[in-house]
Design a protein around this ligand. Structure first.
Ligand code: ZN
Length: 499
């Protein structure tokens, strides 16, 4: 079979796979948003059957052979060649795992999540501990089937973020620790109380109106994007012109829905601005975790928490929200950037956030490199929070059991959250050389910002690795100092602290 014939056949099979995927994405969306709870059992059963069908399409030997042939072909276009090599790399990660080992691990992941939920509810780390150990052992075993000479944790890091290494993360987190911890301690010492409006009661109706206002401001398209509600905000990409987000409304924490919206629309805009010719192809969605997070955090923090973002919006928000009647724009800006060390990563402010990630990174790395065991890990966790954030969790549900990731065997995922913020600072630095960002926001011209992101980042989908993209756009590879400097400047000015 020549290359063109192989490609045609491959695309046919890929479309078939996509149709199952779209069905599952839709069912998933439905069950996280509007589907009645009582129907969950039957729905889950049907989804499991569909997933099984999808899996057999993935492991179809003919499909695999086509990927191998195409990844080795030298007469494909550049984008097709990159796409096929990416797919072969993905395939090689799991193809040598014996089926019984694979199935057993999938079962362990499900059990891990179920036990974790229980353990979290009752703050019972000893209940979760044996599962955590089995998940670590199972992950090590899965990776041992690859012909990879790197350490297990090094492979895991690369799975979640192409090109990232332990050395690069070590350097990054060393800077985070050295530069940010003293500022966080100084802000705590200053003891400035949280502005009262942050916890004021704001009726959901008023919050929905604000969300609609921001949607228009961000120019998140109505005919290609949807906003819905779910317990945990998320975004989901169905196709080039169908990208959806969810928010959650808390009556006594109304800024939560605002920033969840901006964050998730950042993700959705990324997917929505990928070159439409890539629709249905692997590269339409193969951006790394860190890259995706860079776009949501650029939206949420670098743009969404700036004064320029709110300068034209804020008067309209005040009209909608009674609780803001006597709050000036400057007070509002201070409030949405208020720094407070607390236990939960997902509620953390922009400055303390990377420290939450640092704790998880250090623990994961030590677990996989044999410097720590699961025994007493809850205390290790608490010690680290005490030393970096000056707080000590009193229960494991507000400590080591707070995140779902490890219970599903996702090790190496956490560091991408902090990395995304750091990428975004480097992109932002370049964007501000090309555009007068503040002026564009003040003049309600968010389309120009979206246009820059589209031309420089979004349109390429997952075609380039983060390092290739950073180099292409900013002229240098990953440089964490943009992020550290951005945080130090912003928060020492906001809190009038000189270190
Ligand atoms: Zn995100």
């Amino acid at each position: 079979m020549n290359t063109q014939e192989a490609l045609t056949l491959f695309r046919e099979k890929q479309l078939r796979i996509n149709s199952y995927r779209l069905a599952l994405t839709t069912m998933n969306w439905d069950s996280s948003t509007i589907a009645p709870k009582k129907g969950a059992d039957y729905r889950n059963h049907m989804m499991a059957i569909l997933s099984g069908e999808l899996f057999s399409l993935y492991i179809d030997p003919e499909y695999i052979k086509l990927i191998e042939q195409l990844a080795a072909a030298d007469d494909l276009s550049e984008t097709e060649s990159i796409e096929m090599k990416q797919m072969l790399k993905e395939l090689n990660k799991e193809r040598n795992i014996p089926k019984d080992v694979f199935v057993k691990f999938a079962q362990l992941q499900r059990d891990g999540e179920t036990i974790w939920e229980k353990a979290k509810e009752t703050s019972d780390y000893p209940l979760f501990k044996p599962y955590l150990q089995k998940l670590i052992d199972g992950t090590k075993r899965n990776i041992s089937y690859r012909n990879d000479t790197r350490s297990t944790y090094a492979s895991l890091i690369d799975d979640f973020e192409t090109d990232m290494t332990i050395e690069k993360y070590d350097e990054f987190f060393a800077l985070v620790k050295e530069k940010l911890v003293p500022l966080i301690h100084a802000i705590k010492e200053a003891n400035i109380p949280a502005p009262a409006f942050l916890s004021a009661s704001v009726p959901i109706q008023q919050q929905r109106a604000v969300v609609e206002l921001i949607r228009e401001y961000l120019q998140y398209p109505k005919d290609a994007g949807l906003i819905s509600e779910s317990v945990h905000p998320f975004s989901s990409s169905f196709s080039a012109f169908d990208n959806r987000v969810t928010v959650r409304y808390h009556e006594n924490n109304f800024t939560s829905s605002i920033f969840a919206l901006i964050h998730e629309v950042g993700h959705a805009t990324y997917n929505g601005q990928v070159n439409p010719e890539y629709q249905g192809r692997h590269i339409a969605n193969s951006m790394t975790y860190g890259m995706h997070e860079s776009q949501s955090r650029l939206y949420e923090n670098m743009l969404g928490r700036s004064k320029a973002f709110w300068s034209s919006l804020y008067p309209k928000v005040v009209e909608l929200v009674d609780a803001l009647k006597d709050v000036s724009l400057d007070e509002f800006i201070f409030g949405i950037n208020y720094v407070t060390a607390q236990f939960y990563r997902i509620e953390a402010d922009e400055l303390t956030y990377p420290l939450h990630v640092l704790v998880r990174y250090e623990i994961e790395k030590d677990l996989f490199e044999g410097n720590l065991t699961t025994e007493g890990l809850d205390e290790v966790w608490a010690d680290k929070y005490e030393s970096y954030l000056d707080i000590r969790p009193q229960s494991t549900s507000e400590g080591i059991l707070q995140d779902v990731h490890w219970s599903g065997g996702a090790f190496g995922y956490f560091p991408t959250y902090a990395l995304g913020s750091a990428y975004s600072a480097q992109f932002m630095n370049k964007m501000s050389q090309d555009l007068d960002i503040d002026k564009l926001m003040e003049n309600n011209q968010f389309d120009q910002i979206n246009g820059w992101l589209k031309d420089n980042i979004h349109t390429f989908g997952g075609l380039y690795t983060p390092e290739q993209l950073l180099l292409r756009i900013t002229g240098e590879t990953f440089n964490p100092s943009y992020y550290i400097d951005y945080l130090l400047n912003k928060y020492s000015e906001l809190y009038k602290i000189k270190l």
